[in-house]
Write a protein that binds this ligand. Structure first.
Ligand code: FAD
Ligand code: 2HG
Ligand code: ZN
Length: 474
């Protein structure tokens, strides 16, 4: 007697790890709905493998049944890349049971973890071993390292440590054919052909399933100080960034910009967070100085940087956190902008990068363009200015019906913004990825030869479009 697909999947992962709509009491929405609640798909099943061998067996079984697989980690992605479509024919491959720390190699400065390991747990494991794992983002309490690698996530430490790609030394991957690529080398140098690791990173689950990764560790800094500065313009923020690079060198580990309206939303929705200095200034900047010497050295450097900035007029006021608790509160304000914006209502998100030098002109021109075309539009601008990465988000006018605003304006606003990004030599995704959301925009804004090469790679590695179909390349 031949087993059905679901019977086979239950045989591989155990009945408790194959969730379906057959049981009306089972709520699959945590896996079917994206974080922003913009899309709710319907999965044939949510399958939760416990080890790499089970992933192999699931992939082979799905391939035999021509059943598409949507890899999923913490489901915090912001571009609709990790949820199933509405057909009811795709399985969600939830990696969260595969969350072990496999090994720490202190001499090699590496940690090897399974893909479903929650980022915060990875940070804690590194910390307990006396090291720093610097990847840091607002969703770190629930996103997974597999998802971070899948999207090549950025976050708030990129200015010093790079994005997830730069933190990764090796991968274990299950291919669309159900083979295992044992690539957990931990090598810092390996010139034996094409760079498959970097091809997999940022492929958003369309080229292979990452089951484990070897990541870089760093020495813990002796001191970490945080400052919050009011700046009179975006030009001034860029000037401050230059000064911070000059004065702090590799000590500059964070440089975030936040627009006044973005901070007003945090103040409105989370008044207990007590946002400093935002009322009298168009922009605030959050800076972090990590020092390998001592706290007093770091404080001295910070004070002289801020004095110079005040003298030059690129800072109008500033506070330096007195202790770790204050520093954490300042970072918490920054990380609360996404939630505050969600509480304010439906919005259009942009995750763009532009050469830092051109950001002031980009913002001035694009703000004017949007204000002219969408009367009353409210800009929620913030992000990783140190990396030239802005979350140039657009909120509906005050009192407007959010869904009507999206219906009438989302596509046009995207086009206005992306055309500007192209004109300024930027990218339409700096860190969140393409997912389903920007799939129709990629052919417009990506170099055609690059796109053709990407299609050839997809065809070679996943000819039957088993892995996350409809994402990245459509
Ligand atoms: P998911 O959302 O589950 O999946 C994301 C993509 O990766 C999907 O395409 C999925 O198919 C693929 N994928 C997941 N696991 C695997 C795997 N094991 N193998 C192959 N493919 C896989 N992003 C940033 O870059 N910087 C930020 O500062 C940032 N801040 C955020 C703050 C908040 C409050 C929220 C909600 C999100 C934020 N994000 C940020 C976006 C998101 O958290 C990141 O993209 C994160 O890397 C996604 O991880 P995840 O485990 O939730 O992945
Ligand atoms: C951040 O930097 C994230 O906080 C989310 O990338 C950005 O909410 C956003 O648009
Ligand atoms: Zn970001």
């Amino acid at each position: 007697m031949t087993m059905t697909l679901l019977e086979q999947l239950r045989h591989i992962c155990g009945p408790a790890n194959v969730l379906t709509h057959e049981d009306p009491a089972t709520d699959l929405s945590p896996w079917e709905q994206d974080w922003r609640k913009r899309v709710t798909g319907r999965a044939l099943a949510v399958v939760r493998p416990g080890d790499t061998a089970q992933v192999v067996a699931v992939v082979k079984t799905c391939a035999a049944h021509q059943t598409p697989i949507v890899p999923q980690g913490g489901n915090t992605g912001l571009v609709v890349g990790g949820v199933p479509d509405s057909s009811g024919t795709q399985i969600v491959l939830s990696m969260t049971r595969m969350n072990a720390v496999r090994a720490i190699d202190p001499a090699n400065l590496t940690i090897t973890v399974e893909a479903g390991c929650v980022l915060q747990n990875l940070q804690v494991a590194a910390d307990k071993a006396g090291f720093l794992f610097p990847l840091s983002l607002g969703a770190e309490g629930s996103c997974t390292i597999g998802g971070n690698l899948g999207t090549n996530a950025g976050g708030t430490q990129v200015v010093r440590y790079g994005n997830t790609r730069e933190l990764c030394l090796g991968l274990e991957v299950v291919t669309a054919q159900g083979e295992i690529w044992h690539g957990l080398s931990g090598l810092r140098k390996d010139n034996t052909g094409y760079d498959l690791r970097n091809l997999m990173i940022g492929s958003e689950g369309t080229l292979g399933i990452i089951t484990a990764a070897t990541m870089k560790l760093f020495p813990q800094p002796a001191a970490q100080l945080t400052a919050w500065a009011a700046v009179p313009s975006m030009e001034a923020a860029v000037q401050l960034l230059g000064l911070a690079h000059q004065r702090l060198g590799p000590g500059l580990t964070g440089f975030e910009v936040m627009g006044q309206f973005a901070l007003s939303l945090v103040d409105k929705h989370f008044p207990q967070l007590r946002v400093p200095l935002w009322q009298g200034t168009p922009w605030c900047v959050l800076l972090e100085n990590s020092d390998s010497e001592s706290e007093s050295h770091a404080r001295g450097q910070f004070e002289s940087l801020l004095e110079a900035a005040l003298e030059q007029g690129c800072v109008s006021d500033a506070v330096v956190a007195e202790n770790l608790t204050q520093a954490k509160s300042l970072w918490h304000i920054r990380e609360s902008i996404t939630m505050a914006q969600a509480q304010e209502g439906l919005n259009i998100k942009h995750d763009i990068s532009i050469p830092v030098s051109r950001i002031p002109a980009f913002v001035a021109e694009t703000d004017a363009l949007l204000a002219q075309n969408v009367p009353g539009v409210r800009m929620v601008d913030f992000g990783h200015l140190g990396d030239g990465n802005l979350h140039y988000n657009v909120q509906a006018p005050e009192g407007a019906d959010g869904s009507v605003f999206l219906r009438d304006f989302e596509d046009r606003v995207n086009t206005w913004v992306f055309d500007q990004v192209q004109r300024f030599g930027g990218s339409i995704s700096a860190e969140h990825g393409v997912g389903e959301q920007k799939v129709h925009k990629l052919p417009i804004y990506k170099d055609p030869t690059a796109l053709a090469m990407m299609r050839a790679v997809k065809q070679a590695l996943d000819p039957h479009k088993l892995l996350n179909p409809g994402r990245v390349l459509g």
